[in-house]
Design a protein around this ligand. Structure first.
Ligand code: AMP
Ligand code: ZN
Length: 113
């Protein structure tokens, strides 16, 4: 999907501050951070949203969450972190390529904000 922003980041066509990368997933800093630490974790292959995943994608889902866990051992997230997946327009999903937000570096409070 050459017109998809996160596909273009995954391919290296658009630069990002990449913190972790392997064959299947990539983690990079959000360009408009909502917290002192704001990282996005994406599958390198294009999935429009969580709704695009099927039973066959269980390993990928686990891989995405374990990547979040890996990032969670960073010293700047030692106090904990929030993981958010926005889905669809009502969910506030602007970039239509599945991504997990990892937010931390301050108490995130409740309700989300
Ligand atoms: P969402 O509202 O869940 O679709 O979140 C999309 C996120 O992508 C927002 O937090 C944006 O700040 C972030 N974003 C948009 N463009 C870029 C970019 N080029 N590099 C990094 N993050 C981006
Ligand atoms: Zn994409």
């Amino acid at each position: 999907m050459s017109d998809c922003l996160f596909c273009r980041i995954a391919s290296g066509e658009i630069p990002a501050q990449v913190l972790y990368e392997d064959e299947e997933v990539m983690a990079f800093r959000d360009i408009n951070p909502q917290a002192p630490v704001h990282i996005l974790v994406i599958p390198k292959n294009h999935y429009t949203s969580l709704l695009d995943l099927t039973e066959r994608d269980q390993e990928l889902l686990a891989h995405l969450l374990l990547t979040v866990k890996k990032l969670g051992s960073r010293s700047d997230l030692e106090g904990g972190f929030r993981t958010v997946i926005n889905t669809g327009d009502d969910g506030g999903q602007w970039v239509k390529h599945l991504h997990l937000h990892v937010l931390g570096g301050r108490p995130m409070g409740w309700p989300p904000g």
